[in-house]
Design a binder for this molecule. Structure first.
Ligand code: GLN
Length: 494
C-alpha cells in the first residue's frame, strides 16, 4: 500500500481492502519510523489525520466518496491550517496556530483528503536546499548526505520516501519542480492564478503559485484537479471553469495510438538550456529522455529563449522587492515571535524581527528595501520588470513553433548538505531553468528522467503555454507509461 498509486489506493479503499483509518495509520507509523532521520515533517498531526480518516470512511460507506476521499497527504507548512501549527519554516511563526484554512486546504478537506501534517521547508520559501529552515535541514531520501532541494523539500522528500503518497507545495522560482527533480518524483506548478493564494503565506505574490507533488503525472493530475478553482479572496485568482486533469489523461489515452501515443506533439528544445552550464551526466540523461519522447512519436525542434539568461538577475530584484513588502506584517505585535526585552515600539519591531528571521530572509528584505528605495527604483525594479516582459515574450515566440518546451529541471543533481550554504549566488543558480517560467506565469512540470553519475535522480522539465496543464500532464503520463523511472524508490524506502 505504501507504494501504491492514487488510483490503486482509490480501488483498495472502495473495495474495503483497507479503511481510510488503517491507511492513515500505515503512513503515520512510517513517518514515526523514518521522519526522525529525514526531518521531512515539522508537525505530524496523528489525531487530526485519524479523525479525518474516520469521516472519510463514513463517506466511503455512504457511497459519496470522491477521487481523493481517504487519501493521505502532506501540506507544505506555508499553507495555513486551522488549529494546526503553521510555521512557514521560521522562528517568526514557530508558535503560530492558524485560526483559518488556506483555500487549498479547505478545498482538499472538502475532497476528503487526510492531512498527515505539515512538511518542512526553507524559511518563508526562500531557498533551494531546505537548509534555511528554522527546524533544520531535510535529508534527501536517496542519500542522506545530500539536500532534497527547496523550498518545498519536506514535501518532495516525504513523497519520495513514501511518508505520504502526495503533497502540496509552492513554486515561486522553482520550489516544486527543483525538489521534485532532486528527489526523483513528479511535481507540477500550474499557470499563475489557477491555485488560490489565500492562506498561502506570501513570499513574492506575483510569482507564488501552489503546486502538486506525486510519484507520477497521474497522481499529480488527481491532486491538482482538487486544488484549483476560482477564489474571490485572491485578487489574482482566475475566473474560469475548473478542469479535471485526471479525466483529460484518461480521455487522451483512449484516443492516441498505443505504439506512438505522442504522434503530432512538437517539443521545443531551447538552445540556451542546452548550452554550457548543464553537468555532463544530466545532459546525457536528458538527451536519452528526449530520445524516448521521440520514440513515442513526438518531434523536436530547436527554439530560442534569448533573454532566459536574465531571469535570475530579474528574479533577484523582483522577488526580494515583493518579500520586503510582504514580510513587513511580521512585527511582533499581532502574532508570531515577540522579543522578550524591548524599549519602545520601534525597538519591539526591530528586536522581534532581528530574532525571528534567519539570515537568508534578512538578506532578501535588505535587498528588496534597497531596490525599491527612492533613486534606485527605476534603475533596478523597473528594469527588472522590463526584463520580465521580454522573458515572457520569448516564451510566446517559442511556443508559436511547438506545443511544449522540454529541457533539464536543474543543471546538476542534488549537492551535499552544507556545500553551498555560504554562497547564496551559487545556490540561486540552481534555479536557472525554472525561474523564467515563474516570471512568465507559465505552467511547468518536472518528472523523473533517470539518474546521474552519483546515482541521484535527474528531472526533465516540461513547460507549456498558459493553461496547458493537461498537455503537460498527458505528455509526462505517456512517458511514464513507457518507462519506469518514476516507479524507482530510494533504498530503505522500498
Ligand atoms: N530558490 C528560489 C528562491 O530562493 C525559489 C524559491 C521558491 O520557488 N519558493 O527564491
Amino acid at each position: 500500500m505504501i507504494n501504491a498509486s492514487l488510483p490503486e489506493l482509490r480501488r483498495a479503499l472502495d473495495a474495503r481492502q483497507i479503511s481510510a483509518v488503517e491507511l492513515a495509520g500505515l503512513f503515520l507509523d512510517r513517518i514515526d519510523a523514518l521522519n526522525p532521520a529525514l526531518n521531512a515533517f515539522i508537525t505530524v498531526d496523528r489525531e487530526g489525520a485519524l479523525a479525518a480518516a474516520r469521516v472519510a470512511d463514513a463517506r466511503i460507506a455512504a457511497g459519496s466518496a470522491g477521487p481523493l476521499t481517504g487519501i493521505p497527504l502532506a501540506h507544505k507548512d506555508v499553507f495555513c491550517t486551522e488549529g494546526v501549527l503553521t510555521t512557514c519554516g521560521s522562528k517568526m511563526l514557530a508558535n503560530f496556530v492558524s485560526p483559518y484554512d488556506a483555500h487549498v486546504v479547505s478545498l482538499l478537506k472538502v475532497a476528503g483528503v487526510v492531512s498527515l501534517g505539515k512538511a518542512n521547508m526553507d524559511e518563508f520559501a526562500m531557498g533551494s536546499s531546505n537548509e534555511s529552515s528554522y527546524f533544520g535541514a531535510v535529508k534527501n531520501p536517496w542519500n542522506p548526505e545530500r539536500i532534497p532541494g527547496g523550498s518545498s523539500g519536506g514535501s518532495a522528500a516525504a513523497v519520495a520516501a513514501r511518508l505520504a503518497p502526495i503533497a502540496t507545495g509552492t513554486d515561486t522560482g522553482g520550489s516544486v519542480r527543483q525538489p521534485a527533480s532532486y528527489c526523483g518524483i513528479t511535481g507540477i506548478k500550474p499557470t499563475y492564478g489557477l491555485v488560490s493564494r489565500y492562506g498561502m503565506i506570501a513570499y513574492a505574490s506575483s510569482l507564488d503559485q501552489g503546486g502538486a507533488f506525486g510519484a507520477s503525472a497521474e497522481d499529480c493530475a488527481l491532486l491538482l484537479s482538487a486544488m484549483t478553482g476560482f477564489d474571490e479572496r485572491d485578487s489574482t485568482s482566475l475566473e474560469r471553469p475548473t478542469e479535471d486533469y485526471a479525466a483529460a489523461l484518461a480521455a487522451s489515452s483512449a484516443t492516441t495510438p498505443a505504439a506512438r501515443p505522442l504522434e503530432g506533439l512538437r517539443i521545443g528544445l531551447p538552445r540556451e538550456f542546452f548550452a554550457e552550464g548543464m553537468a555532463d551526466d544530466v545532459r546525457a540523461t536528458i538527451d536519452a529522455a528526449i530520445a524516448q519522447y521521440r520514440a513515442l512519436g513526438a518531434t523536436t525542434i530547436e527554439v530560442s529563449l534569448p533573454n532566459a539568461r536574465l531571469a535570475i538577475p530579474a528574479y533577484y530584484v523582483i522577488a526580494p522587492a515583493e518579500c520586503s513588502s510582504n514580510l513587513s506584517r511580521f512585527d511582533g505585535v499581532r502574532y508570531g515571535h515577540r522579543a522578550a526585552d524591548y524599549g519602545d515600539l520601534a525597538d519591539l519591531y526591530a528586536k522581534s524581527r532581528a530574532e525571528g528571521f534567519g539570515a537568508e530572509v534578512k538578506r532578501r528584505i535588505l535587498v528588496g528595501t534597497y531596490v525599491l528605495s527612492h533613486g534606485y527604483y527605476d534603475a533596478y525594479y523597473l528594469q527588472a520588470q522590463r526584463l520580465r516582459r521580454l522573458i515572457a515574450q520569448d516564451f510566446q515566440a517559442a511556443l508559436q513553433h511547438c506545443d511544449l518546451i522540454a529541457g533539464p529541471t536543474t543543471p546538476t543533481t542534488a549537492w551535499a548538505l552544507g556545500e553551498k550554504a555560504d554562497d547564496p549566488v551559487q545556490m540561486y543558480l540552481s534555479d536557472i531553468y525554472t525561474i523564467a517560467v515563474n516570471l512568465a506565469g507559465l505552467p511547468g512540470l518536472s518528472h523523473p528522467a533517470g539518474f546521474g553519475a552519483d546515482g541521484l535522480p535527474v528531472g526533465l522539465q516540461l513547460i507549456g503555454d498558459y493553461f496547458a496543464e493537461s498537455r503537460l500532464l498527458s505528455a509526462a503520463h505517456r512517458f511514464q507509461q513507457a518507462t519506469d523511472w518514476h516507479a524507482r524508490r530510494p533504498a530503505g524506502a522500498a
